[in-house]
Design a protein around this ligand. Structure first.
Ligand code: DX5
Ligand code: ZN
Length: 219
């Protein structure tokens, strides 16, 4: 189990015209990781960025890059994203048939493998992998866009995965992504989340530092 909650700002809500500056700003404001949302217009109805932007982000910070692939054929691009600087590479359960083989390939390429599940996907699809995955990402919105409302269904999923992790003595991290703000973060932390992704709550705030602190240690 992680000792301290990690905060991973999602650059999807950053000012892309000043991306390196924005990454440096959240780094200096206390972020633990940088969360990078990659979308292909097929798995989700939005298009974002590719490996060359991940490479640029990697040059702007020494923080670990948490690369969330919301794309249909993630393993076709794993090597490129890891080469560009991904430390954690997250693939979606819904589009990968052989997750253990994909994890092995990601590890062999030098990154930590993580798997994400959509709000409609049951935890049983990934729970057998609790000892193999470096991280499981529970989506608390339907992936595709920043700024959506938090879906409560994520809470029992996080609790059940936290219990399972305890039972198997696994050190798999639990990450939650979508609609997290200082006002609801305590509930996901209580449910067992170790890594909190937040886009609009951080980049839409006046003070990145105060918001990151509030997300890490809710009042
Ligand atoms: C949603 C992305 C999220 C998103 C989070 O598809 O995976 O990482 O940027 O944004 P907020 O925190 O605004 O919901
Ligand atoms: Zn994400």
């Amino acid at each position: 189990m992680a000792s301290q909650t990690k905060i991973a700002p999602s650059i999807l809500s950053a000012d892309f015209g000043r991306l390196a500056e924005e990454v440096k700003a959240v780094d200096e404001a206390g972020a633990d990781w940088i969360h990078v949302d990659v979308m292909d217009g097929h798995f989700v109805p939005n298009l974002t960025i590719g490996p060359c932007v991940v490479d640029a982000v990697d040059h702007a910070t020494k923080l670990p890059l948490d690369v969330h692939l919301m794309i249909e054929n993630p393993m076709d691009y794993a090597a490129q994203f890891i080469e560009a600087g991904a430390d954690y590479l997250t693939i979606h359960q819904e589009v990968v048939d052989d997750l253990p083989a994909a994890f092995a390939k990601i590890r062999a390429l030098g990154a930590k493998p993580a798997v994400a599940i959509n709000p409609a996907t049951a935890i049983e699809t990934v729970s057998p992998l609790i000892s193999e995955a470096a991280m499981i990402l529970v989506m608390s919105v339907n992936p595709g866009f920043g700024g959506q409302g938090f879906m409560e269904e994520a809470l029992p999923k996080l609790s059940a995965l936290a219990e399972l992790r305890e039972r198997y003595g696994s050190d798999c991290l639990l990450e939650v992504d979508g609609g997290i703000k200082p006002s609801n973060v305590a509930r996901v932390i209580d449910a067992g989340a170790d890594v909190i992704v937040a886009g609009s709550a951080i980049f839409g705030a006046e003070s990145y530092r105060d918001t990151i602190a509030a997300l890490r240690s809710p009042a």
